[in-house]
Design a protein around this ligand. Structure first.
Ligand SMILES: Nc1ncnc2c1ncn2[C@@H]1O[C@H](COP(=O)(O)OP(=O)(O)OP(=O)(O)O)[C@@H](O)[C@H]1O
Ligand SMILES: [Mg+2]
Length: 493
């Protein structure tokens, strides 16, 4: 298959020509976008790798991600350039990952020998790994993608890569050769879902093959180089019991949430960015009965429903000519014609709020959605302004009545200053008093202060409501005993 190899002596025959350093001939045009063009590969000697911010990296990141010397990057660039000049990328692209790695290994070893590069075996292995990642995978992102403890990867140009671990954002020593390499990797990611990112279409959403959600915004919109944000996909989705173990909610609170999910309350999950809204929504969907027809609408599919009867829908951005966009509103409206029993909207951010509320109001009990807001009350006013801005010429009182008539429960999630995530309110929407929507909290989280290590101290408490407004609903679904027990236990604790 690797024609040049089979026609002669081992590595020599494999290659386009003898390895040479400094040759800037471009790879063949059909080359996999994976491998950056040699033009994009510049020596990194001038870059200030020891810049102060890298020293600020917190312990856990440094201990896992090896910080490499300036010399290492220089050698890697030299060898990488020689490799790109030498290898036939088009043929390499035909190989499976394992064989491609073997090919690269042979050539890299040969280059090391020719260039008389002095390296330990461990260094050689690490270099080979990095080069394979550059040519075959997502380059310097690979070690981060392999870690399951990372929630987000945030790349702000070639020099700054941040990660979120345990709710805390840390700077890593990872860097790209230059913005060209980073842009190539962004391009490689988005091309897998048939999209393109460049100066003419600098914003792009995509997904990695493992399901991670990706956003790319490139220059000229991003001033400091391509900016890549990845919400890592957790293979093992968190469950309500995990949230309980993390202290996000008490066991009694979790029980009440499970009952809310099971007895088909209409739920809005409100919270800041990365506060755990989607995770909680996914947890609540676990309590949907198997015989219900559920339709999910998302911008990038993140939910993982386990029920047998689920239809998953995803929005679509406009194409390069600005056509073909399918908005969340289109999806939600279409869903109404698909005989859904429950509609789940990944994130409500625009006029689809109106359609979701209408659906909730018209026999699709148990519908759910998430929304960016900092308090349950703010969530309701955001809903109101989304509907107003959607051009539905409705008086504010009518919109508020719609909200009251549709939403049963608002669950507020927060990422606290120590990085921990908490459910801070489980709030019921009761009705209107004059122009004002009346709510009642069932559970709240009180912050009491910080301990010496900076961890936020606080506790969940029940507000003592023994008969929530959804009591009758719970009784209808045969859950009133569990509800009473959970609320009673919460009240005592
Ligand atoms: N209670 C929790 N405890 C610990 N980690 C959590 C918790 N909830 C969510 N996470 C983790 O936090 C990250 C962000 O969660 P999630 O995607 O649910 O947030 P989000 O509020 O939907 O974010 P966005 O606003 O970007 O959509 C994920 O990696 C998730 O696994
Ligand atoms: Mg989300």
């Amino acid at each position: 298959m690797f024609g040049k190899r089979s026609s002669g002596g081992k590595s020599k025959a494999l290659t386009k020509r003898a390895p040479s350093v400094g040759n800037t001939t471009s790879p063949p045009p059909e080359a996999k976008p994976a491998a950056e063009s040699p033009e994009a590969v510049k020596p990194t000697g001038a870059q200030s790798h020891d810049a102060a911010p890298q020293k600020k990296v917190e312990e856990p990141a440094v201990s896992v991600i090896e910080q490499k010397s300036e010399d290492y990057y220089e050698i890697k660039t030299t060898i990488f350039n020689a490799l790109i000049d030498t290898i036939d990328l088009a043929q390499l692209a035909q190989l499976d990952a394992e064989s491609a790695r073997d090919e690269i290994r042979d050539i890299v070893n040969e280059i090391i020998a020719i260039k008389n590069v002095v390296m330990s075996i461990a260094e050689q292995e690490s270099l080979l790994q990095d080069i394979c990642n550059d040519v075959l995978g997502y380059g310097p992102l690979e070690p981060l993608l392999a870690r399951d403890d990372i929630a987000d990867i945030m790349v702000n140009g070639a020099e700054r890569v941040f990660i979120e671990v345990n709710g805390k954002i840390q700077l890593t020593p990872i860097r790209f050769r230059d913005n060209g390499q980073l842009m190539n990797i962004c391009q490689r990611i988005v091309s897998q879902v048939g999209r393109r990112v460049d100066e003419s279409s600098p914003i792009c959403d995509a997904r990695l093959p493992d399901g991670s959600r990706v956003n790319v915004i490139a220059p000229p919109l991003a001033l400091d180089g391509p900016t890549l944000t990845i919400r890592k996909f957790k293979k093992d989705k968190l469950k309500l019991v995990d949230l309980q173990n993390f202290g996000t909610i008490t066991p009694e609170g979790a029980e009440v949430l499970a009952i809310i999910g099971a007895c088909r309350c209409n739920v809005l999950i409100s919270g800041g960015t990365g506060s755990g809204k989607t995770t909680l929504l996914n947890c609540l969907t676990a309590y949907i009965a198997d015989d219900e027809r559920v339709i999910t609408c998302e911008d990038a599919a993140e939910l993982q429903l386990q029920q047998p009867h689920v239809v998953r829908l995803e929005t679509r951005p406009p194409n390069l000519e600005g056509q073909g966009e399918i908005t969340m509103r289109d999806l939600v409206r279409n869903c109404l014609r698909m005989r859904p029993e429950r509609i789940i909207v990944g994130e409500v951010r625009g006029p689809e709020a109106f359609d979701l509320l209408q659906a909730m109001n018209t026999g699709h009990d148990g519908s759910m959605g998430t929304l960016h807001a900092n308090t349950p009350r703010e969530a309701m006013s955001r809903l109101e302004s989304m509907i107003t801005m959607g051009g539905f010429n409705l008086p504010s009182r009518t919109i508020r009545e719609m909200i009251c008539g549709s939403i049963d429960v608002i669950v507020q999630t927060s990422r606290l200053r120590d990085g921990s995530r908490r459910i801070t309110n489980i709030t019921e929407v009761l009705g209107m008093e004059g122009e004002v929507i009346i709510t009642q909290d069932l559970f709240i989280y009180d912050i009491e202060g910080d301990d010496e290590s900076g961890r936020v101290l606080g506790q969940h408490r029940s507000t003592g409501i023994a008969r929530p407004a959804f009591w009758d609903r719970a009784r209808y679904f045969g859950k009133e005993r569990e509800l009473a027990t959970a609320l009673e236990a919460a009240d005592i604790s």
